[in-house]
Every structure is written in C-alpha cells, then in structure tokens.
Design a protein around this ligand. Structure first.
Ligand code: NAP
Length: 289
C-alpha cells in the first residue's frame, strides 16, 4: 500500500499529538486526512494510528491523559465503551451512546460524536441541501444511521422513516429522532425527498449489487437525492440505480471528511482546511482501488 507522508516535516518535542484508536486500524484514513489538515493549516501537530484491542477503551482514555494527547478519534470497537473513561459527554454523544472523538478541555476529557454534523456538512457540499422540511428515509439502524437520524431531526426534517431488516433496532433508532421519526417500510421510499443508505450493503468486500437493501430500486424517482454513506467503492449499486432514473447521488466521502473537519476544529480551535482534507481522502481512496 502507498504511504501517505504528506509534506516533509520535522517532529519535535513541541509537536502536538492526536491519535486514532480502533481494531483493526491499519486502513483508517484518519491519519491521512488529519495530517493533510495540520500541514495545510501550518500546525505543528501529528496524527498517528494506534491499534487498541476491544475492552481496552478505558485504558486508552487513561493513556490519553498520561501521554498528553491533544485529541483522539475513536472507531470500532470502542465507540460505546470509551465514554466510561471520560469526564463528560456532549449532548449528541450522550444521546447516541457513542463517542467518535475525544476532546481535551483543560484537564477534562470530553466525548463527542461528529458523524451527524459530518453528514450534514456532506449534504451541503454534495447537494447544496438543507434537510429542513424534507421527507427522509434512512436505510439501516446501526451507529451511522442513529447519528444521521439525530442530525436530520435537529436540522428540522419534516419526517424520518427508519427502514431496517430488524424492527427492534429500527425502533431504537427512530426514538432518537423524536416525534418526526418512525419505523418505516421499503415503500416509504416513493414519497421521500432524501434517501440515506446507512447499511454496509454495497461496501467493498460485501457481495456486489443491492441484494438485501431494504428498498426496491424501481421505486426511486428523478426528484430524489440519494446519499450513500459508503465511500469504498466510490460508486455503489444503489447509486447506479438512482442515477439511472435521474436521481442525484453522492457517496460517503464528504461525510468522512466533514466529521474529521469538526474533530479538527474541536481539537485545535482552528477552522478546518476542508479542501485539503477532501483532496487527501480522495487521493488515498484512489490508491485503495
Ligand atoms: P452497523 O452499526 O453495523 O449497522 C449496520 C446496519 O445495517 C444495521 O442496521 C444492520 O441491520 C444493517 N445491515 C447490515 N448488513 C445487512 C444486510 N446484509 N442486509 C440488511 N441490512 C443489513 O454499521 P454502521 O457503523 O452504522 O455503518 C453502516 C455503514 O455506514 C457502513 O457502510 C459504514 O462504512 C458507513 N459509514 C460511513 C461513514 C462516513 O463517514 N461516510 C461513517 C460511519 C459509517 P440490523 O439492525 O438488522 O443488524
């Protein structure tokens, strides 16, 4: 695999360190995106990927305190567990029961979740879309879907239908969205303005095509926006089906970049260099193909 070294740089005792933790962690794009951002913003900061085994999230939080890390990105399998090792959680992280970003505020470690804000940033970048007043269908009910449901609800969506193979997880995800969110059926897609795929169906390494997707691609129409959360591959069977009827589509790269951008600003207090982060992510994804 290609190494993404970014600009030549010197690491010194002054360099501020952030880490991304998870297991597996080798294919995380976070170091590429954040190191591109630090370089573009001329910050003497560095992001490193650290493999942390399941069950060790609280130990990683203690490590963050002792080692003086300035921030942490958190991925599977630690998103639910790491909160126990932190001093407080943001309202969004508490509501979702999931932390994807740890921020240092003085001596305190605060758990945040930036996926929903990243999703809204991606909608804006890809479609110039504000979901206020929109009728939305979210396919899937896992961690990403829950973040999307909460973000759409807080952004003023008129309705959110959570369509998922398991009804109990769909019900738990819908509760997060409040009164505008309910469990839906695949046929609800017909009346939707915005359809979000938050299942892994179509992801690299899964079987190709739309088999299992809780939606009939024939029910898509040209007035619709289809936001795919998958970014590898860049084009999925759902996106192809949606484009074939004239719907607008985008993959999950913008969400990935914007959730990282929110984390960058929480850590550094500096406006995120989105263009540099997006370029780094897209180049790295091309290398993965
Ligand atoms: P997750 O927590 O495992 O949830 C997956 C959801 O998809 C569950 O609701 C599950 O249904 C459903 N599902 C899984 N396999 C299925 C199948 N074969 N048939 C029907 N339904 C299926 O995963 P996640 O973390 O939410 O991630 C979901 C997707 O979003 C992944 O592709 C991930 O890469 C992507 N994602 C992208 C970003 C980004 O920044 N772009 C961020 C986060 C996630 P059950 O409830 O029935 O199990």
């Amino acid at each position: 695999m290609t190494n993404h070294r970014g600009a030549d740089r010197t690491v010194s005792a002054e360099t501020q360190v952030v880490a991304v933790i998870g297991d597996p962690i080798g294919h995380s794009l976070s170091p590429v995106i954040h190191n591109a951002a630090f370089a573009a913003a001329s910050l003497d900061w560095i992001c490193v990927a650290l493999p942390v085994r399941g069950g060790d999230a609280a130990a990683a939080a203690r490590g963050m305190r002792v080692l003086g890390l300035r921030g942490m990105s958190v991925t599977m399998p630690h998103k639910s567990e790491i909160g126990d090792g932190l001093d407080s959680l943001s309202d969004v992280a508490r509501t979702l029961g999931s932390v994807n970003c740890v921020v240092r505020r003085g001596d305190e470690l605060v758990g945040e979740n930036t996926d929903g804000a990243g999703f809204l940033g991606g909608l804006h970048e890809d479609f110039d879309l504000d979901p206020a007043g929109a009728n939305c269908v979210v396919l899937g009910a896992g961690g990403a879907a829950r973040a999307v449901v909460l973000a759409l609800s807080r952004a003023g969506a008129a309705s959110i239908r959570v369509v998922n193979r398991s009804r109990d997880t769909a019900e738990r995800a819908a509760v997060i969205g409040g009164p505008v969110a309910t469990v839906g059926e695949p046929r609800d897609v017909v009346a939707a303005d915005l359809i979000v795929n938050a299942t892994p169906i179509g992801m690299h390494g899964t079987s190709a095509g739309n088999a299992g997707l809780p939606l009939d691609p024939a029910s898509l129409g040209p007035h619709q926006v289809v936001a795919e959360l998958i970014y590898h591959p860049a084009d999925t069977g759902l996106m192809q089906a949606a484009r074939s009827v004239g719907a607008r589509t985008a993959n999950g790269t913008s969400m990935l970049v914007h959730q990282a951008a929110v984390a960058f600003t929480l850590w550094t207090g500096v406006e995120a260099p989105i263009a540099a982060m997006g370029a780094a992510a897209r180049t790295a994804l091309l290398d993965h193909r």
